[in-house]
Design a protein around this ligand. Sequence first.
Ligand code: SRM
Ligand code: SF4
Length: 580
Amino acid sequence: MTDSTHNSQTNGPLIVEGKHADNERLKAESNYLRGTITEDLKDNITGGFTADNFQLIRTHGMYQQDDRDIRNERAKQKLEPLHNVMLRARMPGGIITPTQWLAIDKFSREKTSYGSIRITTRQTFQFHGVLKPNIKLMHQTLNEYGIDSIATAGDVNRNVLCTTNPVESELHQEAYEWAKKISEHLLPKTRAYAEIWLDGEKIEGGTEEGEVEPILGKNYLPRKFKTTVVIPPQNDVDVHANDLNFVAIAEQGKLIGFNVLVGGGLAMTHGDKSTYPRKADDFGFVELAKTLDVAAAVVTTQRDWGNRVNRKNAKTKYTLDRVGVDTFKAEVEKRAGITFAESRSYEFTGRGDRIGWTEGFEGKHHLALFIENGRLLDKPNFPLKTGVAEIAKIHKGDFRMTANQNLIIAGIAAEDKAEIERIARAHGLMADNVSVQRKNSMACVAFPTCPLAMAEAERYLPGLVTDVEAILAKHGAADESIILRVTGCPNGCGRAMLAEIGLVGKGPSKYNMHLGGNIAGTRVPKMYKENLNEEDILQEIDSLVAKWVTERNEKEAFGDFVIRSGIIQEVIVSKRDFHD
Ligand code: SRM
Ligand code: SF4
């Protein structure tokens, strides 16, 4: 089965005319992402970055933040917010070595205010709370260990995801190599990062568009851009959240090419019907040799046709809906010098990580650890972070961060299994009583660090899951689960817009409830009830679960049930159905 939905075939203008958003000016004037960041770094009067640099540091993988729990208190004391940066590393496929892990562990303990390592929904880690005097040191430390944070934020192609399952290792290895190649190919070519953070040799920026950035251009992309390589039947990377996806097609275990899916994305804005989550469209199959050409062609088409006037409608998903899927696809074919072949058959059957031990290729063992919300921190009785560091000290394989915010200790030799499990259990990283429901639940960061959060997410999820576990048990379904995701605002970082129950922050302790995603992650859920408080949410889940367990067909998943039984309408074409 191929997952094909041509969302729309409109033929709107290729270019949106009008006054460009201010971000376009600042990118154009930035001298290829340099701005005046170096000068700003020397300014000790403020802990933050000023003017355009506030935005430009994003293209170097950092966001300026402050602790929202103490913001009002500091304002009362007439103090500037406690500015710091969050850093997000570039880790295609989420692979990190034990030596690299020990380095980031040390930095997070010694130089960040929160002391945590946060595994993200896009297979990498974030530091939160790095003060200005430590920023350069941070980049230099990471660089020493072969890690950078180039283009993990901003209007560029972000960290490239790759299915994490190491069981079919030969195929995974090939797919991972492509994730790395695509990441490198689409990376900004400017030397700004090396110059600013690593004291690299200064090279003049170039003046002609295309001279320095042949793919991204002088103004970079109209908006953020996200890419995955996925190995069916696992859809752990959630392809429909991404602008560009390469679905690995194998014959006799060897990778032969990719089906290409374009135009997924999950964000929306409350009250703005021109924004909506949207699934990616299937463009067809391409042979391996043309992979990078296709990647560049999709990126450059979006670069040239994406909306630079209104950032809310600037992502690839809106470009496809404006110009028409066939028009966009034909342009990609022209630019890549190919004709897409008919998509090869594949099927997605799930998205979760196989928590616990699995045995794979060449007699190696893998231990997937469930990390709630991806937050690695030493908590009383749960020294999770120390546990991972202790494992890193003896582990000879590597670590793989998953897009479900978990961590796989991959490639463990048989003789090391017992000791690694002992360490994991002793540090609270492995427990037999974690429910399937908890493993299938996810939340974004939200408070206290995210400036856009409207409601709690990461801090709300653990208690909510305990309540949902109790509801399932009450209805005799303790061993079952519903894909439950919470995001603190409609940007959707916790991918609630691909969940069976998705909660989207609306205001303090208020959420919109969406229903109807499916297990495979190929359906967008639709709003069921608006502005629910935490008590309402539990009541709604209680009555929905009661109906599900009594009225469902055999083995019918919750998300399928709510659609079949008419509780919610299926979203087939987002632009038409989502706000309907
Ligand atoms: Fe996200 C912005 C956290 C995955 C859609 N996201 C943010 C910021 C940086 C807030 C900001 O702009 O100041 C958040 C920082 C919070 C913090 O304190 O750490 C933030 N996003 C995250 C992470 C850490 C959530 C997590 O719990 O793991 C994820 C980091 C991924 C990474 O490593 O790169 C994260 N963000 C996502 C995803 C999910 C995905 O990609 O699979 C989405 C939805 C998919 C999509 O893009 O459509 C997502 N984040 C957004 C958006 C909305 C973009 C849009 O199309 O409008 C914003 C806001 C923006 O860009 O204007 C945003
Ligand atoms: Fe912040 Fe909203 Fe993303 Fe959550 S969904 S991390 S609240 S931007």
